[in-house]
Design a protein. Structure first.
Length: 114
């Protein structure tokens, strides 16, 4: 039994959303950890995950591979065609989370040198 394109899109969007939620947990843990000065192995693992994500985005020309997969099943021009988050958040997702990650790294550096 073959899946329809609509089912494939729903599956891709669901996986993409779950990964997005996971990275939200990671980034907010990182923010918590640097704010309370709890620099542990999980901070370095979390930063490594974001580094890996950055490398993947560079390899795929600033696109998430799941976005490219979802594009096969949708011709929508909405920014959230590939994920279950509000369109405005999908549009500015990289800017918001990159900015937050920069703040985290600045605080981390401050914590490490003091």
């Amino acid at each position: 039994m073959l899946m329809s394109d609509n089912v494939k899109l729903i599956l891709t969007k669901t996986i993409h959303t779950l990964i997005w939620i996971f990275f939200n947990v990671v980034i907010f843990y990182l923010l918590y950890a640097v704010l309370v000065n709890k620099i542990d192995k999980w901070v370095w693992i979390g930063l490594s995950l974001f580094l890996l994500e950055g490398i993947i985005l560079i390899i795929f020309k600033n696109y998430c591979p799941l976005t490219l997969i979802a594009r096969k099943y949708s011709d929508s021009d909405k920014d959230n065609f590939d994920i279950y988050i509000p369109e405005w958040l999908a549009r500015y997702n990289k800017q918001i989370y990159s900015g937050l990650l920069i703040v985290i790294i600045i605080i981390l550096i401050f914590r490490l040198i003091l």
